[in-house]
Design a protein around this ligand. Sequence first.
Ligand code: GTP
Ligand code: SPV
Ligand code: MN
Length: 600
Amino acid sequence: MGLTDPPTRHHRLLAWVGEVAELTDPDQIVWCDGSPGEWERLTAELVAFGTLVPVPAKPDSFLARTDPNDVARVEERTFICSADPEDAGPTNNWTAPDYMRETMTGLYRGSMRGRTMYVVPFCMGSLDAEKPMFGVEITDSAYVAVSMHIMTRMGTSVLDAMGKNADFVKCLHSVGAPLAPGETDALWPCNETKYISHFPDDREIWSFGSGYGGNSLLGKKCYALRIGSTMGRDEGWLAEHMLILRLTSPEGKVYHVTGAFPSACGKTNLAMLEPTIPGWKVETLGDDIAWLRYGEDGRLWASNPEYGFFGVAPGTDYRTNPNAMRTIEKGHTLFTNVALTDDGDIWWEGMGESPEHLIDWKGRDWTPNSEEPSSHPNSRFCTPIKQCPVLAEQYDDPRGVPIDAILFGGRRATTIPLVTQARDWVHGVYMGATLSSETTAAATGKVGVVRRDPMAMLPFIGYNAADYFGHWIEMGKAATSEDLLPEVFYVNWFRRSEDGRFLWPGFGENSRVLKWVVERLEGRGEAVETPIGYCPTPESLDVEGLDMGESDLKAALQVDPEEWAEEIPLVESWFARFGDRLPTVLWSELDALKQRLDLP
Ligand code: GTP
Ligand code: SPV
Ligand code: MN
């Protein structure tokens, strides 16, 4: 089925597919139907060629090894091409839309030669939504097509729901590796030149040169966050880099919590947490992206636009994240850049004791004496959300769930205490806007460098970050009553001792922090008022049965005025980047903090 016999009568879609085919010149066009048969055919083809390696120890599971230069998001190659450069600045790369279209049209010309062009109709969020959020990705990567099977609702049902005229986000992707007649393909085709470009005014995405997740699965970061955030700005909602979880207390009270932590800073783990304290239950609704809208009841509701998890592999095991392990154990999972054991299973750093021999992510023999890790630090599992054993039944409800608390969090070795409650919404926005974290392997570049990552959205805000802070402030004002707004907290699981250990055990023990959050929501948790907000006393945190030294606990909770004094100039220069565009209430928050710290 190609251009001559397409499975839709959507004229704009057909015209666009025709245009792209003419430009990129593929050998054939395949409209993806999303069926199990299609998954079988594509994975079999990828296995036959060698791009996918079967993982026989898990049902219907496969390993992909990428080109070693195509392993993470490329932030310096990511562009927001708004008409007005001010609408992208100062935290995004900007290029004039006409110039970018011209440059990339040149790159796309003939770029699918010798390849199949897949047309993937998908929907971010429930198909039953009042206004389903359609997208169509055109890609020349079968790896992308099968990944979209897992990560999105896609195929015939979506195309049917689109009818003849529904709006959709055009997502164009090419690995940028055309094949000459007779030329043998690479196992992981890609191009040294990479562009991840967004045209927010036209709600369009053009990606070129990379096959890696965040660069190529365009429904995810490109649509659901970058284009989504501009839609949210225009329409009065928020697109956020957040997990969503449902928490039930021993008394049976239900709370919904979202958490915005930067890439590789613990969202998947918290979303699936197995509480260590008796009587508490966590169920998962999402692990990476949340769309926040006001409900008819005046509360903020969060829904997860995704249909799968694209989770960090290293560090995941039965002790840290048992529910992720149970999810992938069920199979139908695509692994990328992990190691393979001699008995046909996957392995990565942090998964128990290391085997004596492995095939590493580059396909080489590996032993515990090898110099490099067996799996890439940003290796991933891509697995269906429905396989999660603690999935909350509301995951597919187009309204989402009403949020009680928003957690902001980062990876900081110093300064930031385990948990702090904001005084009010604007203070919470200040906490989000000044969030800082050490960089991780999720993006190319140096790891471990502290940077501001506002609301964990630095790489994903599709417009001017100062306007984005303003939008957060406005969302608070739009509440019919301040009481209906979620409470905001700031957490840090990653504070370290002087000898470099993590002070807080993290993972399932984070349920103790969730318990304190709930007690605060119920107005009964004890806290001390500190210059930075309300913090638990060591006594008010439930540490029963916790194997942790008293001095470590104190150090994890400590608010050290000297450390905070060092933060102030960093925040000042961060805010100064936004000039007049920064909401003045954020400067007022900073001034008030300085006063509370007795700083000039
Ligand atoms: P993205 O998918 O990149 O957006 O990341 P994420 O925020 O979902 O991060 P994830 O939960 O996958 O965690 C990333 C890494 O942090 C993994 O190696 C985890 O093992 C580790 N991690 C998660 N939670 C904790 C924690 O509470 N304490 C410690 N020490 N490490 C954690
Ligand atoms: C992240 O980097 O925040 C991820 C992985 O969740 S990716 O989809 O590649 O962006
Ligand atoms: Mn993410």
